[in-house]
Write a protein that binds this ligand. Structure first.
Ligand code: HSC
Length: 696
């Protein structure tokens, strides 16, 4: 028997065990073996029923995503599923772990489904830019009804076994031994001659579209609202609705063509790339499963400002006790009040249980002296962004922290080596760069100094996982990787206003591209004084031959600090809604006059190219310097740090999809117009010449 699917017969029941670790993906070898196994069970007169189960941790979690990049390999999954459906003997899918995508579709071919209580079932294909491509869009509504099928297929979120039972998606939830329970179910199906359910029935169709108008309208609205710019949720919905427009086999055929178009689309390629990028980002050279990871139970956070509070919440949410330290008792009291209110509100909204909120509150304590951190396993400093302040804190921490404690700074641009040098244990020092709001944003940039030990890094990555965040490695250097690659985008947005673009035009271009918030609206949110202070602190080392952002300084001088001041690039008369302000245009005109800049109309394409390609060029420079490990790491940082749409892959993937020769040509054009800051990165030049790609 082929090795990917085990075959055994027990007391008249054939058991097919799918064994393709780690997630039993339904690659070609599995499909071939399944076909052989199902054929054998069908032909064997001693076999009365068939049970299908996954070896190891899960029922198949889907098709093998890597196969979507290869020419079609037969048999198609649908052939296997149809063969199971057509069997005259009862077939039972025994589901544990995650029955996802093609895995769930496989189970829909079975006449019965039973599941472990912890199983999860779903069709996450839209998250890969496709939709269920093995007739799931036709079979699901025939089992759970149109509304629930649309929920599963359009949103892509899995449901638990209890919900699946309630919806009729599984016939029984089995406590205890799943295999034994499934065998017992199959025996009962044989003994009691249970009618075999065919999820391809009724073949005539599901009903007329006009009978489901409300449901269809509701989901059309949801798709338009939640998935702006994305194609697969629309196609997923239309695929399900095909079942109302035509009989089963016609709908399946129509879906096949639709599926292949989706699979070959740039959006699907981007999402598949993002899927693997997310799994690659945590693989760091020099760290493997044998690298020791320190146990973290007690954490300290220094600084009770916005970052310190967010970080404390994230740590307490992950089960660590947190001692928040600040020299100001008032700041500590305000921080504790805010954090406790946060957990209360989480409980009030049903996001966590009330007793869980109490447990999280109980994990928090405050102190005014750094000595309180003497027993902490981990300390994260989130104090004022000034080297003197940081070095002083770390020198004092070095004296009080216990041996082996991880000492981290949340600085967003200061030199980690210089901070580490103020301790006698630089191997334990690293950057843990959180993004605002720290408890919500999923990116955690793990910044390695020249001396950080592999053990400290491995511990930081384990902490990221524990907090539900995606850790991504950056090597030390001004602004690290995420902010360093984004800074040129903000610079260009500022310069574009000087040159004649309205702030709203710039933000709209970037938001229409798919980012949640444009760069100028984002600056208003974080405060224009933040980058102003950074420019002031680094003025001495600035290259005077580079064009400077005079307007950004003038905005701060005019008190336009952003939302907190009620005015920045926009006015905020009622809190958060942004309103364009002619005073900004007037200020830009004044600066342009002073700087001799001829203002002009600037179209959306130029805005996009200036903002995105400036970031790409910087990303390439950082890659060339080895400050980022992989182009896909940069893309993950943009996705989880700045909300870059996964369906565009990331800035580096975006550049690859334009073609690096085209990117270089545009960068050269901007270099000619705007000077040295557009100097193409050596890596970009090399890859463009070699017809290469960042993401290969
Ligand atoms: C699909 O099923 C389409 C169908 O409609 C059929 C269409 C038929 C028509 C075809 C015509 C051509 N494939 O995430 P982890 C790897 S689309 C390949 O770290 P966890 C993963 O890369 C699919 N590889 O584990 C990683 O590899 P590494 C629909 C897959 O425990 C390793 O497995 N299904 C893979 O945190 C472990 O993964 C989905 O979208 C796959 N399908 O989470 C589910 N799935 O060790 C995608 C995983 O080398 N998977 N790998 O880094 C997941 O969501 C998560 O992996 C799980 C496990 C929740 C399953």
């Amino acid at each position: 028997m082929p090795e990917f699917v085990g075959y055994a017969v027990e007391d008249g029941i054939a058991v097919l065990t799918i064994d393709n670790p780690p997630v039993n993906a339904l690659g070609i070898a599995v499909r071939q073996s399944m076909l052989a196994g199902v054929g054998r069970a069908a032909a064997d007169p001693a076999v009365e029923a068939l049970v299908m189960i996954g070896a190891g941790r899960t029922f198949p979690a889907g098709a093998d995503i890597r196969e979507f990049d290869t020419p079609r390999l037969d048999p198609h999954l649908s052939v296997v599923i149809n063969m199971i459906d057509a069997m005259a003997k009862p077939t039972v899918a025994a589901i544990h772990g995650t029955a996802l995508g093609g895995g769930l579709e496989l189970s829909l071919g079975c006449h019965f489904r039973v599941a472990a209580p912890t199983a999860r079932l779903g069709t996450p294909e839209v998250k890969l830019g496709i939709f269920p491509g093995a007739a799931g869009t036709q079979r699901l509504p025939r089992i759970v009804g149109l509304d629930r099928a649309l929920q599963l297929v359009v949103l892509g979120d899995p449901i638990d076994a209890a919900t699946a039972r309630e919806w009729g998606l599984v016939d029984a939830v089995i406590d205890g031994d799943l295999r034994a329970g499934a065998l017992a179910f199959a025996r009962r199906a044989v003994a009691e001659k249970l009618p075999l359910h065919h999820s391809s029935e009724p073949k005539a169709g599901l009903g007329r579209p006009e009978d489901f108008k409300d449901i269809i309208d509701k989901w059309r609205m949801t798709v338009a609202r939640r998935f702006r710019g994305q194609r697969s949720p629309v196609e997923a919905m239309e695929s399900v609705l095909d079942g109302l427009r035509m009989p089963y086999y016609e709908a399946v055929a129509a879906d096949r063509a639709r599926f292949e178009k989706c699979r070959d689309s740039l959006q699907s390629k981007a999402l598949r790339y993002a899927f693997f990028a997310e799994r690659k980002v945590t693989k760091v050279p020099g760290i493997d499963k044998d690298t020791p990871v320190r146990a973290l139970a007690a954490a300290g956070v220094i600084g009770a400002g916005t970052m310190g509070r967010g970080i404390s919440i994230a740590l307490a949410d992950a089960g660590l006790t947190v001692t928040l330290v600040d020299t100001s008792p008032q700041a500590l009291a305000a921080a504790a009040e805010m954090m406790n209110a946060h957990w209360d509100s989480q409980a009030a909204r049903g996001r966590i249980a009330p007793d869980e909120a109490e447990r999280r509150k109980a994990r928090l304590s405050t102190a005014t002296g750094i000595d309180a951190l003497c027993s902490a396993d981990l300390v994260i400093e989130a104090a004022f962004e000034e080297m003197g302040v940081k070095r002083d804190i770390f020198a004092r921490l070095d004296k009080v922290a216990k041996p082996g404690a991880l000492l981290a700074t949340n600085t967003s641009y200061l030199d980690i080596d210089a901070i580490a040098a103020s301790t006698a244990r630089p191997e334990d020092v690293l950057g843990l760069h959180f993004f605002v709001p720290a408890n919500l944003m999923r990116l955690l940039e793990v910044v390695e100094s020249g001396k950080t030990s592999p053990e400290a890094l491995a511990t930081a990555f384990a902490l990221a996982r524990r907090m539900g965040k995606v850790g991504a490695l950056a090597r030390n250097g001004f602004g690290f990787v995420a902010n360093a690659s984004r800074a040129p985008m903000v610079r260009e947005a500022n310069l574009l206003v000087e040159e004649g673009a309205e702030p709203a035009e710039i933000d709209r271009a970037i938001e229409d591209f798919g980012m949640p918030l444009g760069p100028l609206a984002t600056s208003d949110l974080s405060g224009l004084d933040v980058s102003w202070r950074m420019r002031r602190d680094t003025a001495e080392t600035r290259d005077p031959s580079l064009r400077y952002v005079h307007l950004a300084d003038a905005m701060v001088d005019a008190g336009r600090l952003g939302r907190k001041a009620g005015k920045g690039w926009y006015l905020y008369p009622e809190g958060s809604k942004r309103v364009p302000d002619a005073a900004v245009t007037a200020l830009a005109e004044k600066i342009a006059r002073e700087q001799g800049i001829a203002r002009r109309r600037i179209d959306a394409q130029e805005i996009l190219d200036r903002c995105l390609l400036a970031a790409v060029n910087e990303g390439a420079r950082l890659l060339g310097l080895g400050r980022a490990l992989r182009a896909s790491d940069v893309d993950i940082m943009w996705q989880y740090g700045f909300g870059f749409p996964a369906w565009r892959g990331g800035i580096m993937f975006h550049a690859d999809s334009i073609g690096l020769d085209n990117v270089l040509a545009r960068v050269d054009e901007f270099r000619a117009r705007h000077g040295k800051m557009w100097e193409p990165a050596p890596l970009l030049v090399k890859l463009a010449r070699d017809n290469g790609r960042f993401t290969d």
